[in-house]
Design a protein around this ligand. Structure first.
Ligand code: ADP
Ligand code: DP6
Ligand code: CO
Length: 345
């Protein structure tokens, strides 16, 4: 038996991916940009074992068996990596050997904290390690076919997923913008408002948005291309206030589109909205933008803040969310850092 174990981090989108132009290949309607978090804080850890004695491919997610062979996305990732192995000509493991895959997330699954991103990035990266493939751009096109956001978790720092123009999706790749070290004092606070599974998965929510939202098209053609350029500039020049404003506007527009979907998708709750109000009051009192929120498809907040401002922000969060609300808000502190990595032992 031959095994490989790797960990992969989550990434949180600044420019949001919401909508596919091709459901099978997972090709997005617009570009997106994200920041990858520190693997130690929030990650998926996946062990894959291959043996000539295994009769079929099996997978366990957080301890429960999932139907691997029936799952189109999981199988697409496996076939994608195996095709690369065939093209490569050498493999550490015979392709005929079946696999047993066990993956665990050290944070809530399907709660809007990008578990599908860490999970599928980890699956593809661990498969590549098992077969002895190098880390390259093509792996991002395979991870993308597991879950769109997963292609961005194959790199650390700030990452740009290009929508691409080709029908076969070969140019819909994730590429690094700058590594984490470019902006070393950038921090994220994750406020876990509710760790339950979301009612409408990202996949279904964005499908419904594409078919029913009348606002989505304008976002795709006008807003995102402009914001993408501006955000890349802000990242390159470490312009926090510009970065923060684009990030908050993006989060708000994404949730506006979710509401414009019919029937609407409501991902944020009262606590989420209280966090939005808190951030704007906090910045107003400071006379400048010190922190920015973004919410993915769930009620949990990610707050971007420079390291030197973390203690003051944390103190204000504790003050603003006392008693009952404070109990439902936990925080973890993360820094953007890592790419997937193999785990020894
Ligand atoms: P999230 O906001 O957490 O990304 P999604 O609705 O996008 O939620 O995706 C959740 C789904 O992603 C899970 O139901 C599961 O199918 C898949 N997933 C989550 N974690 C993993 C993992 N570690 N390995 C493989 N697939 C995973
Ligand atoms: C709101 O990547 O989870 O987090 O491709 O259908 O698996 P599928 O969806 P997924 O969607 C992520 C949506 C988002 C924004 C983002 O990460 O860009
Ligand atoms: Co997801």
């Amino acid at each position: 038996m031959i095994s490989a174990t790797c960990v992969a981090p989550v990434n949180i989108a600044l420019i949001k991916y919401w909508g596919k132009r091709n459901e099978d290949l997972i090709l997005p309607v617009n570009d997106s940009i994200s920041m990858t978090l520190n693997t130690n804080e929030m990650c998926a850890k996946t062990t894959i074992s291959a043996s000539e004695k295994f009769e079929r491919n099996r997978m366990w997610l957080n301890g429960d068996e999932v139907d691997f062979e029936e799952n189109v996305r999981l199988m697409r990732c496996l076939k994608g990596v195996q095709n690369l192995v065939l093209a490569n000509g050498i493999s550490k493991v015979p392709l005929s050997w079946k696999l047993h895959i066990a993956s665990r997330n050290n944070f809530p699954t399907a709660a809007g904290l990008a578990s599908s991103a860490a999970g599928y990035a980890c699956l593809v990266f661990t498969l590549a390690r098992l077969y002895g493939l190098p880390h390259n751009e093509e792996l991002t096109t395979i991870a993308r076919q597991g879950s769109g956001s997963a292609c961005r978790s194959l790199y650390g720092g700030f990452v740009h997923w290009h929508r691409g123009v080709l029908e076969n999706g070969s140019d819909s790749v994730a590429v690094p913008v700058v590594p984490a070290q470019h902006w070393p004092n950038m921090h994220v606070l994750i406020l876990v408002v509710n760790d339950a599974r979301k009612k409408t998965s990202s996949t279904l929510g964005m499908q419904r948005a594409v078919t029913t939202s009348t606002l989505l098209q304008q976002r795709v053609t006008d807003v995102v291309p402009h914001r993408t350029k501006k955000l890349i500039d802000a990242i390159n020049t470490r312009n926090f206030t510009e970065f923060a404003e684009i990030t908050m506007r993006e989060s708000n527009q994404f949730h506006a589109i979710a509401l414009d979907t019919f029937p609407p998708c409501i991902y944020m709750n009262d606590v989420s909205h209280a966090i939005v109000n808190f951030v704007h009051s906090y910045n107003e009192a400071a006379g400048t933008i010190l922190t920015a929120y973004t919410f993915d498809a769930g009620p949990n907040a990610c707050l971007y803040v420079l390291e030197e401002h973390v203690p003051k922000l944390l103190a204000s969060i504790n003050e603003a969310f006392p008693n009952d609300i404070a109990q439902s808000v936990e925080y973890l502190q993360g820094i953007p850092m890592t790419t997937p990595s193999p785990v020894s032992g």
